[in-house]
Design a protein around this ligand. Sequence first.
Ligand SMILES: O=C1N(Cc2ccc(-c3nnn[nH]3)cc2)c2ccc(Br)cc2C12CCN(S(=O)(=O)c1cccs1)CC2
Length: 233
Amino acid sequence: KEKVEINREQRALMKAIVDAYNRHQIPQDVAKKLLQDQYSPEENFLLLTEMATSQVQVLVEFTKNIPGFLSLDREDQIALLKGSAVEAMFLRSAQVFSRKMPTGHTDVLEERVRKSGIPDEFMTPMFNFYKSIGELHMVQEEQAILTAITILTPDRPYVKDPQAVERLQETMLDVLRKLCVLQHPQEQQYFARLLGRLTELRTLSHYHSEMLASWRMNDHKFTPLLCEIWDVQ
Ligand SMILES: O=C1N(Cc2ccc(-c3nnn[nH]3)cc2)c2ccc(Br)cc2C12CCN(S(=O)(=O)c1cccs1)CC2
């Protein structure tokens, strides 16, 4: 069995990513609002929109702190952010959601999401995803690096230099692979299972664009930032 060890450079890379991941969080007042009293579906939707807007802001800050990201071509930086925004938001939402929240909080939040005008045929895969993320019991390093890997996906639309993105992503994948072996020595295929979640994320992202189309129909309002990053209106 090869001796797996994370070298000094990889440890520094991991620390930078985890610090960025933890430093940028949704302001708790936004998430707390969801826990307050009963709202109508429209009010719930507005709260989720407010939270999604805040999540995008957090995502942009996190991304800027991924080592190497800012040395990519400027237009490719935008293409990566736009191409991964939904997936990164769902991944982070699932990670936050599956974290130990004070008793009852998750159920209340789950209830709010269920009563927010999201059609059931999208709600099911969404909740299956967050349950499947929860079952993985990822440590925070794995969560942060997996999010960085999602953002550094070379085959997003309009990326001009995918090789440059691939080089960065490969560095992350190597660290994540070692981390999985060290953190989950019993589970041979843990790393493969993590990457399998990224495939599930792409499916969710397709559902999301269909939802957007239906929401636009019954004129749900989004914030300028979400319109910009989700290409709506
Ligand atoms: O809102 C969600 N939630 C609840 C949620 C998310 C994050 C935090 C949080 N707290 N602190 N940091 N993050 C709390 C509750 C959640 C949970 C699991 C999955 Br999978 C996904 C979601 C969405 C993501 C956004 N969509 S959305 O379709 O893009 C949409 C936008 C506008 C209106 S609907 C809805 C589902």
